[in-house]
Design a protein around this ligand. Structure first.
Ligand SMILES: C[S@@+](CC[C@H](N)C(=O)[O-])C[C@H]1O[C@@H](n2cnc3c(N)ncnc32)[C@H](O)[C@@H]1O
Length: 322
């Protein structure tokens, strides 16, 4: 228990201070101290602790970055990895520490703030490459011509679909203004700004005035809506779908199978569910069957689902408008 808690803090301290960056090549303590200007006793002690936890390797008198931090420093490692570490320490930590008080009926805090929202939008990107290739095989999502991405985050799913379908047009709606600006940047950077537009606002009250879509995406955001709000959400999605249009929902699930247990994703998602329920404005993870029933109630037909990862901890659920 102590080890896992200390490991995360030692890892984040080494990344934030630049100590891991200084250790890309093996060096003796004196070289690290003269390069960073840091207090020698603390550098020595951090090296000892980090080496003890396998985050730093010792070679004679020299120290070098261990495998995990070295990988985190590589170019092209998704920002989502850093966001996950930071969210676990800075956002999960205080929430779980407040649990005794919440269990006794204390007021549940609102989730939000620029940093936590930014990290929440970055984290799902860890699965994005895989999710996009699974999405391309979902019936009704293969050849869309008008795509609406609800709660589009940094716009990377919208960009992924538009890049695959060269004549498709897309709209993303995002509640958080800074994140929405990031989504506009994504479309610009990928040369897709002519075919994709990002609207800032609440999808539930927004007048899109843009007609209907043959593909509506809801990726990783059902937990922003409670059961009642989800029925209003699906009714609104129905309104924005053209006849035979498809809604595809990507959702994490509290997976309980043997693979989820072995990989640790079962424990991770169960903790995520607890984290969500500890906030006034977030809601526990619904089951796949609940969402399928709710889609049917909203008038959508022919529901289907497919795992995004084989342990069943993230799934796409879809249905179409008649
Ligand atoms: C966890 S992020 C996922 C972002 C993106 N869909 C992805 O999978 O990478 C959920 C996003 O939904 C947005 N969101 C939540 N409720 C919304 C609403 N009612 N209207 C628009 N955006 C919403 C949040 O601001 C947040 O950026």
């Amino acid at each position: 228990m102590l080890a896992s808690h200390s490991q995360l803090s030692l890892l984040r301290a080494g990344l934030d201070s630049g100590l891991f960056a200084a250790l890309r090549k093996a060096k003796p303590v004196e070289a690290i101290v003269s390069e960073t200007g840091y207090a020698e006793d603390l550098v020595r002690a951090w090296l000892g602790a980090a080496a003890g936890h396998g985050l730093v390797e010792r070679r004679g008198d020299a120290y070098q970055c261990g495998g995990l931090p070295a990988w985190l420093l590589e170019d092209g490692v998704p920002e989502s990895m850093r966001a996950m570490l930071d969210q676990a320490d800075l956002t999960y930590g205080p929430t779980l520490r407040a649990l005794p008080e919440l269990l006794r009926g204390g007021p549940r805090p609102e989730f939000g703030g620029a940093d936590a929202s930014r990290r929440a939008a970055l984290i799902p990107r860890a699965l994005e490459g895989r999710a996009l290739s699974v999405l391309a095989r979902v019936p009704g999502a293969r050849r869309p011509s008008r795509v609406l991405d609800v709660g589009c985050g940094y716009g990377t799913y919208l960009a992924g679909v538009l890049a695959r379908r060269r004549d498709a047009l897309g709209v993303g709606v995002e509640l958080d203004a800074d994140v929405a600006e990031g989504a506009r940047r994504t479309l610009r950077d990928r040369g897709l700004a002519q075919r994709g537009e990002i609207k800032t606002g609440d999808f539930m009250v927004f007048d899109l005035g843009l007609g209907s879509f043959d593909l509506v995406l809801l990726n990783n955001n059902l937990h922003y809506f409670d059961a009642q709000e989800r029925s209003a959400l699906f009714a609104r999605v129905f309104e924005h779908l053209s006849p035979e249009g498809t809604v595809v929902i990507q959702m994490p699930l509290a997976a309980e199978g043997a693979l989820a247990r072995a990989l640790g994703s079962g424990a991770m998602l169960a903790t995520f569910d607890l984290f969500l329920r500890s906030h006034a404005n977030l809601h526990g993870l619904p089951s796949r069957d609940t969402v399928v029933d709710e889609l049917r109630t909203a008038g959508l037909i022919e529901p289907g689902w497919r795992d995004v990862v084989p342990d069943g901890s993230t799934v796409f659920v879809w249905a179409r408008r008649p």
